[in-house]
Design a protein around this ligand. Structure first.
Ligand SMILES: NC(=O)c1ccc[n+]([C@@H]2O[C@H](COP(=O)([O-])OP(=O)(O)OC[C@H]3O[C@@H](n4cnc5c(N)ncnc54)[C@H](OP(=O)(O)O)[C@@H]3O)[C@@H](O)[C@H]2O)c1
Length: 294
């Protein structure tokens, strides 16, 4: 693997990232659930980018898990989403320049590193102009604290305004067969500006792995996934993930899917999905059936 230290705006995120949001310390004796092994397995399988956030409250764990591999990892974190009481409750958005500096300093400490390779604003602010936030992030690049700027949960207008202040390397938004709002305008704007889309929750928080009990046998969307999966000797979740990989070429931009898991076996299976080549007819069938509610 090559070094992650590239110039701002042109960071190499690899073909597929690893989302660490759900990783927690655990005392399970099951090696498949060991968070250190999970991250190690993803990296061994070829993942470069490990994604966390201060709001996930696991930067300390992620920092320790990537430490032995630090030079081979593109470390991504986020700031700005501040929980009120607990991680499932309401949140505030902090995006003022002073907060950006404080949040980065705290994340660097927890992550035990001197640089976050890709640093995201986690969610747009209704009160702080994006220019102020991105200006402060540009200062962090100049100081060597972060390598590149990312934005998440923003509008196309935010993206344009931010990119005019400093090149934005990545846009992180949800993108899956069942969540395609990004295809309305954001994906096109990102492609036009040369910004890589990091597609989070590419299996819709796991729903597309097909383990839900409310699936109907005659649902054409599930039938498409099942039949295409059988043809490729793959799981339905792997096919859903392979479909997200296909969206880059469809939109003329770069798309890096960001699945997350807490299991070693699932980490390997998700990386393997990136090598599945779906035929144009299969892609069209998936796109068509999943564009309507069954
Ligand atoms: N920017 C944002 O606002 C935002 C929001 C949400 C998420 N994210 C990022 O996106 C990443 C992924 O999001 P996500 O976890 O919500 O969605 P996801 O990757 O679509 O789904 C994760 C779920 O799928 C299961 N799973 C994963 N691989 C599997 C496999 N091969 N077979 C069967 N089940 C599998 C996981 O369970 P197991 O643990 O048992 O495998 C987990 O329940 C996060 O880690 C985070 O980095 C960003």
């Amino acid at each position: 693997m090559t070094s992650s230290r590239t110039s701002p705006g042109t960071i190499d995120l690899g073909h597929q990232g690893f989302g660490a949001m759900r990783l927690r310390e655990n005392d399970s004796s099951d090696p498949d659930r060991d968070p250190f092994r999970v991250i190690g397995a993803a990296l061994d399988a070829g993942v470069r980018m490990i994604d966390t956030a201060d709001a996930y409250q696991n930067e300390d764990l992620v920092g320790r898990a990537i430490a032995p591999h630090r030079d081979d990892v593109v470390l991504a974190s986020k700031f700005g989403l501040v929980w009120h009481d607990d991680v499932t409750g309401n949140f505030d958005i902090r995006a003022d320049a002073e907060y950006v500096r404080q949040a980065c300093e705290a994340s660097l400490r927890r992550l035990r590193t001197d640089r976050i390779d890709l640093y995201y604003l986690h969610h747009r602010s209704e009160t702080i102009p994006i220019e102020e936030t991105v200006g402060a992030m540009a200062d962090l690049i100049a100081a060597g604290n972060i390598g590149a700027i990312g934005l998440s949960n923003v509008t196309a207008e935010d993206l344009r305004r931010a990119h005019a202040v400093h090149p934005v390397a990545a846009l992180q938004e949800q993108w899956s067969l069942s969540e395609r709002s990004i295809e309305n305008t954001l994906a096109q704007t990102a492609a036009a500006l040369g910004i890589t889309v990091v597609a989070h929750s590419p299996t819709s928080h796991g729903a597309l792995h097909g383990s839900t009990s409310d699936e109907r046998e005659d649902d054409p969307r599930q039938a498409a996934l099942r039949e295409i999966a059988a043809a490729h000797d793959a799981s339905v979740g792997q096919i859903a993930l392979a479909w997200v990989h296909s969206r880059g070429p469809s939109f003329g931009g770069d798309v890096v899917p960001l699945p997350g898991t807490t299991r070693v076996g699932h980490a390997r299976a998700n990386v393997a999905a990136a090598s599945i080549n779906l035929a144009p007819t299969e892609l069209a069938r998936l796109s068509d059936t999943w564009s309507t509610n069954a």
